[in-house]
Design a protein around this ligand. Structure first.
Ligand code: ATP
Ligand code: MG
Length: 312
């Protein structure tokens, strides 16, 4: 008699979780290629689109479930990698967003890399090197908490940092930032062509909200550890950073690696929007559980018979 073997029940269809609202939200937040972005004019950090705060918890839960489901399939298919880059001003909420959005995901399939001030060893190499060795492998999700974009942000706002990069004089001439944008665009296109899907999130917080969050970190003892006096000095360069971010968004949002501007003044919306972008990318990849070919299936059934026939 042909034994009854359970087939995987996870996977298609997922009747309760409709990805459509997430896809719509992601499309709305995407920066179209070749657009000149002016942050103060084009993007409101307090925007919540047409999503109601009262629906946010349910929607985020549904997003987290979708993410878990798609991540399982991404891993099983083992072909495409997903790279999520997160950039923001201090206290915009990178850490909280990562922990909320990825809360349902199997930790084995995700790796978060935080990019800090480069070490001497990292400075011995080109600026993409440390990112290259941290890229996610096939079937996995990599999250960059800051990234090589710092090389066109903090380094641009404080050009003296360039001196420490020990670049030869002949590669410092001309418009180094334009060249860095070009290198980044080429590199990301190459990665996309090799099977790495890239989405880039700019968590867009207002100057007033940043001040409120810094004050919270000072006033609430359990948040003191998050406070860094240097961040307040960096706030003095707010306009320079906003201009540098606008240039990054204008020059490096491409079809291969689009930027999404995530309004960050309302934490609930920021988390929902971030999950929408990641869900949208995964739905687009559409990973599927591999189908067993008849020979592999016959092997399974043979293994089953052996297990059943075990004595005892
Ligand atoms: P937190 O929210 O915990 O403060 P963080 O991302 O701000 O997280 P920090 O250790 O406080 O982490 O800061 C990292 C610092 O490293 C940032 O100020 C960032 O600008 C800086 N940094 C990252 N990459 C580079 C780079 N390539 N060159 C120079 N500075 C960099
Ligand atoms: Mg910091």
């Amino acid at each position: 008699m042909e034994p009854i073997v359970a087939t995987p029940t996870r996977g298609y269809p997922m009747p309760d979780n409709d990805p459509a609202p997430f896809r719509k939200l992601a499309a709305r937040l995407r920066v179209p290629p070749d657009t000149r972005v002016e942050l103060s004019k084009d993007y409101d950090p307090a925007d919540t689109t047409d999503v109601k705060a009262k629906d946010a918890d349910d929607l985020l839960r549904s997003g987290v479930e979708l993410l878990a489901e798609y991540q399982a399939r991404l891993a099983a298919q083992d072909r495409t990698a997903l790279l999520v880059i997160i950039q923001a001003m201090d206290a915009a909420g990178k850490d909280g967003t990562i922990s909320h959005v990825m809360s349902g995901v199997n930790p084995q399939g995700v790796e978060v890399t935080s990019f800090k001030v480069p070490t001497p060893h990292e400075l011995d190499h080109d600026f993409l090197w440390r990112a290259a060795i941290a890229l996610p492998g096939r079937g996995t999700i990599g999250i960059f908490n800051r990234s090589y974009y710092e090389e066109t942000l903090v380094v641009r706002v404080h050009p003296s940092i360039l001196d420490g990069e020990r670049l030869p004089a002949d590669v410092l001439g001309g418009d180094i930032w334009k060249r860095r944008f070009r290198h980044i665009n080429h590199w990301e296109a190459y990665l996309a062509d090799q099977g790495t899907r890239i989405v880039k999130l700019f968590l867009h917080v207002s100057k007033e909200e940043q001040k409120r969050r810094f004050l919270d970190r000072i006033d609430q003892p359990d948040k003191n550890w998050k406070f860094n006096a240097g961040d307040v000095r960096e706030r003095g360069f707010w306009d320079e950073y906003q201009a540098a971010y606008a240039d990054v968004l204008s020059e490096t949002s491409t079809d291969a690696a689009p930027w999404y501007v995530i309004p960050a003044d309302h934490k609930w919306f920021m988390r929902l929007a971030a999950s929408a972008v990641i869900v949208d990318a995964l739905v687009d990849i559409d990973p599927k559980y591999p189908e067993m070919d008849p020979a592999a299936r016959a092997d399974l059934l043979k293994a089953r018979e052996e297990l059943i026939a075990e004595p005892g």
